[in-house]
Every structure is written in structure tokens, then in C-alpha cells.
Design a protein around this ligand. Structure first.
Ligand SMILES: Cc1cc2nc3c(=O)[nH]c(=O)nc-3n(C[C@H](O)[C@H](O)[C@H](O)COP(=O)(O)O)c2cc1C
Length: 258
């Protein structure tokens, strides 16, 4: 193992932080590493919001499904899919006139733009995660950033073609932190040679067997198996319904021709 692979292998999501500031030089290094991530067409269709303000973090912790640790992280990074910047650049590049002259279409940004920008945002975020970890700074993704879009739009001053797709909390590992790595599924269920393999009933039951045993210890949903448990715990929930609603508003807003 080299040190990069060790960093990747040892990393866990950190949800409790040492009371220690992340120095500007270190934060800059993390951001520089994020910006070295591959990006579609080298266009960098993303933006990073650096959040240190206590009140903003508090609001984020509430509007991201009430996760108090968000407010306690020294720094929070929000990764936006951002087509606004290049769209504005088109605006100052006489693109309308050019397209008219050259008989080219000029549709508003749609799905492909959103997909490229979203990919860029996630890939940059993961570079930040690994860079931070290599510096002893832990992180946790917050998927709930996509909830309550209207609140985040107002709080963060987001124009039409910027979507908050993911968020990271950053902070140092507390001294008494005992690292416990969560298990991953066996490779055979995740990686296929050349063509996709749809899993059989037996494969699926074997794949989730470990989870089922763990579930039995803390089954709060009257579930008979892990499928029922995970559905009740993650999908049939208020937070998941809010994610769905909020994402629909976000995407409709992006696609709306006005
Ligand atoms: C897209 C995404 C969204 C996540 N959202 C949250 C979240 O809102 N809150 C949280 O505590 N952890 C969140 N996590 C962290 C996962 O729960 C964590 O990665 C997973 O349980 C595996 O644990 P590990 O990262 O320690 O290996 C998220 C992870 C990803 C990749």
C-alpha cells in the first residue's frame, strides 16, 4: 500500500470534531486539491462555498434534516453544480448575435449541462475529502443539502443555474476518537466483468446477510428482513420525501425557460 491508498482505505465519515480551527493555509490546500479534480472539458462547472459563519452553519444543520454536528464543524464546504458562470459569460460574449449570424441553435441549459456540472461538483468534493483526510482532517458528506432548496437558495444567494448538490463538514479528529470502519459489500456483487450481471434471489440474500444480522440488534420498524428495514429507515421517511420534493423544484427551476 502506498500512502494515498492508505488514506483512502482508512478514511471514515467524521461527525464529531476536535475544538481546533482549520488554518487558512490548510483549508486552501484542501480547496486547491478539490480544484485539481478532473472536470468535464476542463470547464470547472462547479463552485465551492466556504462556510465558517456560525449562524449559517446553524441554519444548515436545521435545514439538512436536523443534524446538529453540522453546526459544530469548524468549516463546511458546499459544492454547487454551476452553469451560471459560463451562462453569464455567454451573455457577455455576444453569443446570441453569433448564433444568429451562424445559424446555430441557442437553447437554455438543460439536462446535459446539469449532468456535467453535477458530476464536476461531486468529483471535486471527493478530492477535497481525500486531501483533508491526508492532512488529518476528517469529513462527512451531507446529502440532505438537497432538501429545502428554497431556504438554501435564499440563504446562499443562489442564482438559477447553481444547484447545491453536496456538502462536506470538515474538522479534526477528536483525541478520544476510536475509528471503526464500516463494511462494504463483497466485490462480486458490485464489480462485473465486461457486462452487467443482474443478481439472483440467492445472490441478493447472501449480499445483504451481514446487514440483516446487524439489523436484528436494532430493528425499530417491525421488519422481517433488511429490505423492509432499509425501506422503512431510509426511503419511506419525511427526509426522503423532502429530498424528492426539493430536487424536483431545483431541477424544474433549472429547466424552466425564462
Ligand atoms: C452522497 C452522500 C450523502 C451522505 N449524507 C450524509 C448525511 O446527510 N449525514 C451523515 O451523517 N452522513 C452522510 N453520509 C455519510 C455516509 O453515511 C457514510 O459515507 C456511510 O455510512 C459509510 O461510512 P464511512 O464513510 O464512514 O465509510 C453521506 C455520504 C454520501 C456519499
Amino acid at each position: 500500500m502506498n500512502s494515498t491508498i492508505e488514506t483512502i482505505d482508512n478514511r471514515v465519515s467524521l461527525r464529531r470534531y476536535k475544538d481546533k480551527k482549520i488554518e487558512d493555509d490548510d483549508l486552501n490546500q484542501i480547496i486547491e486539491s478539490a480544484m485539481r479534480a478532473p472536470t468535464a472539458g476542463n470547464m470547472m462547472l462547479y463552485s465551492i462555498l466556504v462556510i465558517k459563519n456560525k449562524e449559517t452553519k446553524k441554519i444548515l444543520s436545521k435545514t439538512c434534516d436536523n443534524q446538529p454536528f453540522i453546526a459544530k464543524a469548524p468549516v463546511v464546504l458546499i459544492f454547487l453544480a454551476d452553469f451560471q458562470r459560463i451562462f453569464d459569460y455567454f451573455g457577455v460574449s455576444n453569443l446570441k448575435e453569433y448564433c444568429k449570424r451562424e445559424n446555430r441553435d441557442l437553447p437554455n441549459p438543460k439536462f446535459a449541462n446539469l449532468f456535467l456540472a453535477g458530476g464536476d461538483a461531486f468529483i471535486a468534493a471527493q478530492n477535497a475529502v481525500i486531501a483533508a483526510e491526508s492532512m488529518g482532517i476528517g469529513s462527512c458528506y451531507i446529502g440532505d443539502i438537497i432538501e429545502n432548496y428554497e431556504d438554501k437558495k435564499a440563504l446562499l444567494n443562489l442564482p438559477k443555474y447553481t444547484l447545491p448538490l453536496t456538502m462536506l463538514t470538515l474538522g479534526y479528529y477528536p483525541e478520544d476518537f476510536k475509528k471503526s470502519k464500516s463494511k462494504r459489500f463483497e466485490k462480486d456483487y458490485i464489480v462485473f466483468e465486461e457486462k452487467y450481471k443482474r443478481l439472483s434471489e440467492k445472490d441478493l440474500k447472501d449480499m445483504y446477510k451481514g446487514k440483516e444480522e446487524k439489523m436484528k440488534k436494532k430493528n425499530r420498524y417491525n421488519a422481517e428482513n433488511y429490505g423492509q428495514y432499509i425501506y422503512a429507515r431510509k426511503f419511506d421517511t419525511d427526509f426522503f420525501k423532502e429530498m424528492e420534493r426539493s430536487l424536483q423544484v431545483m431541477i424544474n427551476n433549472w429547466l424552466e425557460d425564462k
